[in-house]
Ligand binder design. Structure first.
Ligand code: CTP
Length: 403
């Protein structure tokens, strides 16, 4: 999936060891379909050569405001007008200070100053030693550039090139890519607080065994990511899955349906949208053993009694805020057959305005899926596509219902 198809990105490098990661970032941007124009400060050239960046981007690198290649001799204007976004990675402490002062004595800070601020986002990926990062001057400058409209990305924590350990590592290229994609996504859910459940639940039989299902959590994680990209504040309540938390999403890990219900009830008061993608176990063993159940050699099997789990979605949908229209509830249905009929009946049974149906065996664990959206007016199909694409389409549909 080409996340950046048709986008033109100015990738600016200032001086820092993390320039080696900028080479990988450049490759990833191009792999996602972007065209990339690299601009380097003189200091960046001490860490990586323009030859490398030209080879990776397929374009000559710019480094001087006096570059005569531009017919009008105004590279700062032309480069910033052509861009869909400007990403400074690495952004050194010195470069932040230059931006904070509005300096314009070399090409990269000059083109940042000249960028059309309303239409071209400026993303800064700081990279520096931990003492430089935590210095009040740096923090003051970062606050200033953020107030001036730049999007200041976070930093990583860990081993630093200088041998020290702490905050100040540049984010990894795939994290920067996610931030860039998010910055270019229309903010159709700005101001909304979204709560998503995802994954299976695990219902213990004894300390080492339990009952679960084949839900991978991928659809719920993709939805959480799409909601965050669309500008929402997002919390993801996740059953036991090994998926990376989408950037900028708060995650609460749970195991059983009862734990998931408790987490949701504690969080839902702040939400304006609740999306239940989790494949919650319908039943749990009535009295899980505190010790491992052993075979006794008789050939007899243990008798398991079950009790029904709380229906999280139905309970939230019945809450006063949902009934008053302050909280939009969206359910999912994983069926094996007669999808539209089952989804239509389930929507009414759960009391939700929108229910999203899919064929369970065809989606569990897959990276793509097909959905049918069922509401009071009928149904609409979203044809088979990567879950990431479907998640975006669903978020657009949900946003339209919130307007
Ligand atoms: N759900 C829930 N809590 C439960 C069971 C289901 O919140 N205890 C939610 C799911 O997250 C999903 C929707 O309800 O959004 C439908 O889940 P599904 O398992 O398909 O429906 P069930 O009510 O369990 O019906 P059945 O298994 O009989 O098809």
């Amino acid at each position: 999936m080409n996340e950046l198809a048709g986008k033109h990105i100015v990738l600016g490098l200032s001086g820092g060891v993390a320039c080696y990661k900028a080479a990988d970032l450049c490759r990833q941007l191009i792999k996602e379909g972007a065209t990339v124009q690299v601009v380097m400060t003189e200091a960046a050239g001490q860490f990586i050569t323009p030859v490398t960046m030209q080879a990776l981007s397929g374009r000559p690198v710019y480094g001087s405001q006096w570059d005569a290649r531009e017919p009008n001799n105004m590279p700062h204007i032309n480069l910033s007008r052509d861009a869909d976004a400007i990403v400074i990675a690495p952004c050194s402490a010195d470069f932040v200070a230059r931006l904070a002062q509005g300096r314009a004595d070399e090409l990269l800070s000059l083109l940042c100053l000249a960028r059309p601020a309303a239409s071209v986002p400026l993303l800064l990926a700081p990279a520096m030693n931990r003492e430089m990062w935590s210095h009040p001057a740096t923090q003051r400058n970062l606050q200033q550039v953020a107030r001036d409209g730049a999007l200041v990305l976070g930093v990583g924590h860990g081993d630093q090139a200088c041998g020290e350990t702490g905050d100040g590592r540049m984010l990894e290229p795939h994290e920067l890519l996610d931030e860039l994609v998010a910055s270019l996504t229309p903010k159709v859910l700005a101001g909304h607080t979204v709560l998503v459940t995802a994954g299976p639940t695990f219902e213990a039989i004894d300390p080492v065994r339990g009952i679960t299902n084949l839900s991978s959590g991928k659809m719920g994680f993709a939805l959480a990511r799409a909601a965050r990209e669309a500008g929402a504040d997002v919390t993801l309540v996740a059953g036991p899955v090994h998926l990376e938390t989408p950037r900028g999403v708060r995650r609460v890990d749970v195991r059983s349906a009862v734990e998931m219900a408790e987490a949701v009830h504690a969080l839902v008061a702040d939400a304006t949208i609740f999306v239940a993608t989790a494949a919650v176990a319908d039943w749990r063993p009535a009295s899980p053993s505190t010790q491992k159940i052993k075979k006794d050699g008789s050939g007899n099997t243990p008798a398991l009694a079950f009790v029904e789990n709380p229906d999280i979605l139905a309970a939230v949908a019945q809450s006063p805020r949902a009934q008053a229209g302050e909280l939009l509830c969206v359910g999912f249905a994983a069926e094996s057959h007669d999808l539209i009929a089952h989804a239509t009946a389930k929507r009414q049974r759960k009391g939700v305005p929108l229910l999203v149906g899919n064929i369970g065996p065809a989606t569990f664990g897959q990276d793509d899926n097909a959905l049918v959206l069922v509401d009071a007016n009928g149904h609409r199909e979203l044809p088979r596509a990567p879950k990431r694409v479907l998640a975006r389409q669903l978020i657009e549909d949900i946003a339209a219902r919130c307007r």
